[in-house]
Design a binder for this molecule. Structure first.
Ligand code: UD1
Ligand code: BG6
Ligand code: NA
Length: 365
């Protein structure tokens, strides 16, 4: 079942041009988004007071990646909940809320308990899941199956990118009655259509990421700084590195750098800075300058052709990625980090598909 690949994680990373195609199949027609699972509920969602995203692990990170464009395209305030934390706090959920549950398996205990809680509180409950017939799919009022195909590697890869794309389509469908965002929606729809070919292009960085991994093999820690659309990319890239490569890694908001993390910077600690083109680009350029002035060991992820603009003094390494519509860039940017985590794991001699102490689906609290 692994075909020409050594591990399921590797197969699933390289499968993403295909899995993203199946996520979108039949759902983008003549510049319109058709989500059969949501269409009867769009009016209710448009009238809600708030969208609350709820999930665990990678699925939470996918929702975090969706947050900016859901806010932008719908105008509805979006809040984020890690499922266990919502339960610990018994945080407020109201009838006027749309609670969106994101789960690859649809069987994660914390997420399902949070679903029961939101149902009791009368919220409209929407599922985003890869598993038809799962408890999440059955118990939610409506939802979207991401159709990424079975994911076997414990570390989620292709489900993450398909979840983001499913939520982009959801945001487009909710916002489709808005005239002011019409041109923006069309640009995103055409971005979605071309996304699989850009994913194929970024996968060509495989050998380069293996080489980068070999330079990081003995590091004790790896920081990843992102912001805006790519804050989630930083968290998810770091999660991949810690869960499979068993290396300490933290994703951080670049805007918070001065408020603590800067104290960690020295010439040994590797730091990945995500600085692809979007409205935050100039802010990320100044973050890079501040890190360089503290002799930081930088690996900059930037848009193709931007390397010399981003760091001209020759002291950075680069990961150059193709540019897509800004809000879809997280789908591209996570892929080199998935490849990096994969190669780092193999080079460090750890089990890729079955990391120490982890389970694919955590069905107990
Ligand atoms: C559905 C069919 C698909 C078919 C297509 C043709 C299924 C599972 N899907 O896809 O095979 O090709 O019509 O038009 O038979 N749902 C939830 N919670 C979730 C996810 C989904 O309640 O977390 C519900 C949806 O609201 C919907 C149903 O499950 O009622 C199927 O969802 P989905 O597969 O996403 O719908 P379609 O894309 O229309
Ligand atoms: C587990 C997995 O912790 O559950 C993670 O090891 C996953 O990879 C998380 O992200 C949430 O799983 P699900 O199925 O709810 O998306
Ligand atoms: Na359902």
């Amino acid at each position: 079942k692994k075909g020409n690949y050594d591990h399921f994680m590797q197969k699933e990373i390289h499968e993403q041009p295909h899995s993203l195609t199946t996520t979108m199949r039949g759902r983008l027609k003549d510049g319109e988004v058709l989500l059969g699972g949501l269409k009867e509920h769009l009016k209710t969602i448009r009238r809600c007071r708030r969208v609350v995203f709820i999930g665990c692990g990678t699925s939470y990170n996918a929702a975090l990646a969706a947050r900016p464009f859901v806010e932008e395209l719908t105008g509805i305030p979006v809040t984020m909940e890690v499922a266990s934390d919502l339960l610990d706090r018994q945080g407020p959920i109201y009838r006027e809320d749309t609670a969106v549950f994101v789960s690859q398996s649809g069987e994660t205990a914390d997420t399902l308990l949070a679903l029961d809680y939101a149902l009791e509180n009368g919220a409209l409950c929407v599922g985003i899941t890869n598993t038809v017939g799962s408890t999440l799919s059955r118990k939610t009022h409506c939802g979207v199956h991401i159709n990424a195909g079975c994911e076997i590697g414990v570390a989620s890869t292709k489900a993450y990118t398909s979840q983001i794309v499913a939520m982009a389509m959801m945001a487009l469908a909710i916002g489709s009655d808005q005239i002011s965002t019409h041109a923006r929606r069309n640009a995103i729809i055409s971005g979605l259509t071309s996304l699989p070919s850009f994913v194929s292009e970024v996968l060509k960085l495989d050998a380069e990421m293996k080489e980068l991994a070999s330079s990081l093999i003995d590091s004790e820690s790896l920081l990843v700084f992102g912001r805006g659309y790519n804050y989630a990319t930083a968290l998810e890239g770091a999660l991949k590195v810690k869960e499979v490569a068993l290396m300490h890694s933290e994703g951080m908001l670049a805007g918070e750098m001065k408020h603590g993390p800067l104290a960690l910077v020295d010439e040994n600690l590797p730091i990945i800075v995500i600085a692809t083109r979007d409205a935050c680009f100039s802010k990320q350029q100044s973050v890079i300058q501040q890190l360089l002035s503290r002799r930081g060991r930088l690996i900059v992820m930037c848009s193709k052709g931007d390397a010399s603009d981003v760091c001209s003094n020759g002291s950075c390494r680069f990961i150059e990625v193709p540019g897509v519509a800004d809000c879809l860039q997280p789908v591209i940017n996570i892929i080199p980090l998935q490849l990096l985590a994969y190669h780092l794991t193999v080079l460090r001699g750890f089990n890729v598909d079955q990391p120490r102490n982890l389970a694919k689906s955590v069905t107990t609290q």
